[in-house]
Design a protein around this ligand. Sequence first.
Ligand code: DX5
Ligand code: ZN
Length: 222
Amino acid sequence: MNYLVPSILAADFCNLGKDIDQTEQAGAHCLHIDVMDGMFVPSISFGMPILKSVREHTKLFLDVHMMVENPERYVEELIKLGADGITIHVEACTCIEKTLATIRRLGAKPGIAINPETPVEAVVPYMGMVDMVLVMTVQPGFGGQAYIDSSIDKIKEVRSIIDKEYPNVNLEIDGGVLLDNLQMNLDAGANMIVSGSAIFKGDVEKNISEFLSVLESDIGHK
Ligand code: DX5
Ligand code: ZN
């Protein structure tokens, strides 16, 4: 199945509840929560207090993307606050297997992410432990960047491994995804589509319904 995962990084934080309500009413499947530490990525976004408020406001699946060095420090607290899924970066963690196992043991869905310059081989050893592989399609750290074209080959490569060996694993993409390049990413094998600016700039409900009509008419990979 294909999932639409709006990233609240591009929402209006003075009206976050309203933006989330519109997202939910329009039929999005999950919310993507981008946590940045100013170390793994240059920017700082938000963390626990926002996650807590969002959890109290919505029942949508909360997909937490940890752009943070040593994310194992925060896993337990994030799950207590209501994270449904936690994705860590293969580049940012020295105890990946243990951290993924902890996420699962505490009742959330583990994911593993790779940056644009990181080869697919880096995540292969963990694919049997995760619910989702996240292929970054921009350099992590900022919303509103242009999609990196070489990501398409990487998505195809990950999809082919998933189809052969891990059919229950989802393939998420994140960064620069617009209505214009959506179909090409679905064709390459992505089935969880994160989008920030293209969802929250302008008319949120209209944007979501346009994305969903592409996602729903696609045969999908799962
Ligand atoms: C970037 C974040 C993304 C970001 C995507 O580092 O991980 O989730 O919100 O934003 P857009 O869709 O605007 O590229
Ligand atoms: Zn993200």
